[in-house]
Ligand binder design. Structure first.
Ligand SMILES: [Zn+2]
Ligand SMILES: [Zn+2]
Length: 356
């Protein structure tokens, strides 16, 4: 039971937390509420999005599980919005000063060390000693409470709904990808995939390029892509060859990379965001060279959180059509079952840690 002496005090006691207890087994556990530490903030998660990475944790196939960085029981949850319950100021208060009890916040998945070669060069995305919230080195958000470094939080503007804020984490990677390929008005653009990343990419690419075509396999996803402004939709292998300046590969299916290469025109740029779990056989590097194609692997968008929050606030991004259901934390097994149901109406499934 949570004991809270006054509204500003740091809660103590135990909390409910959803965990992967063994491959393909979820459990809701009672765990101690994380203790205060200088510069850290205690957050009550309001919505926690689940994605393919969480499925890999569930199945035990994630690299973090296989190399021992994510031991079971593992409290997952890296896409979330929450409310600040308590703040433990550090001496200089430099990072905690912008955060107050009651603020809504989103958390950065990657927590960089601040002290390695990449961090010193201002390239936090490439930090060599990362922790990733809910993946390894740091408890995830599928719990009543989560402790986060204040410096890894962004405050959510009032006009941004919880459902939108929950989508900021996947959206930062999409924005990073479109910046890396320098998507500009007039580009012929193609998005491959109609999952969460794909549909966020459809929304942003339509704005940045002026128009976007989409490749997908699921009727619901293709219909949503059309509603979000896709000009033409195609099944794999059907989009025009050599036609596009910018291609976003958001499906993670190994054969989709071949389709991305086939559709990219001379001088075109590919943002590879979907994480293919197997090698892509038969890629002809000579083709890349002679057609002058650039492939960008997009790791994450650690520096894009505040800009993506502004895009949701300004209605340049929407959560409409993105969320299949919100499920109470105690029914975490049902949430994962829905996430694996290819007939679900929308890509994202969310947990509500506060619902009974
Ligand atoms: Zn994710
Ligand atoms: Zn570092």
């Amino acid at each position: 039971m949570t004991h809270r002496p006054n509204s500003d005090a740091w809660p103590t006691g135990t909390m409910r937390a959803a965990a992967v207890a063994a491959p393909n087994v979820t459990k809701v556990l009672d765990l101690p509420i994380p203790a205060p530490a200088p510069g850290e903030v205690l957050v009550e998660p309001l919505r926690v999005g689940l994605c393919g990475t969480d499925l890999e944790l569930l199945h035990g196939t994630a690299s973090y599980v296989r190399d021992g960085r994510a031991p079971f029981p593992h409290v997952f949850g890296h896409e979330w919005v929450g409310r600040v319950a308590a703040v433990a100021a550090d001496k200089e208060r430099d990072a905690t000063r912008r955060i107050a009890v009651g603020d809504r916040v989103v958390g950065h998945t990657m927590i960089s060390c601040g002290d390695c070669r990449a961090c010193h060069r201002g390239r936090r995305n490439e930090c060599g000693a990362l922790r990733e919230v809910g993946l390894y080195g740091q408890q995830g958000a599928a719990a009543e409470y989560l402790r986060m470094p204040a410096r890894a939080l962004s405050v959510v503007p009032e006009d941004v709904q919880d459902a939108e804020a929950m989508l900021v984490e996947p959206a930062v990677t999409v924005l990073e990808g479109l910046e890396r390929v320098r998507c500009v008005p007039g580009d012929r653009a193609l998005v491959i995939g109609t999952g969460t990343i794909g549909l966020l990419a459809v929304q942003l690419t339509a704005r940045m390029a002026g128009a976007v075509d989409v490749v997908g396999v699921e009727d619901n996803g293709l219909a949503t892509a059309r509603r979000m402004g896709a000009r033409r939709v195609f099944l794999p292998g059907q989009a025009p060859a050599g036609h596009y300046d910018v291609v976003v590969e958001a499906s993670g299916a190994a054969p989709a990379f071949h389709d991305a290469l086939r559709c990219t025109g001379v001088g075109g740029r590919i943002a590879a965001i979907g994480v293919a779990t197997e090698p892509v056989d038969g890629v002809h590097v000579g083709e890349l060279v002679l057609r002058g194609i650039t492939v960008h692997g997009i790791r994450h968008g650690l520096d894009q959180y505040d800009r993506v929050l502004e895009l949701f606030r300004d209605k340049a991004l929407t959560a409409d059509g993105m969320i299949a259901d919100v499920v109470p934390l105690e029914r975490v097994g049902d949430a994962f079952a829905l996430l694996q149901d290819t007939g679900r109406t929308a890509p994202k499934v969310a947990l509500d840690p506060r619902a009974a």
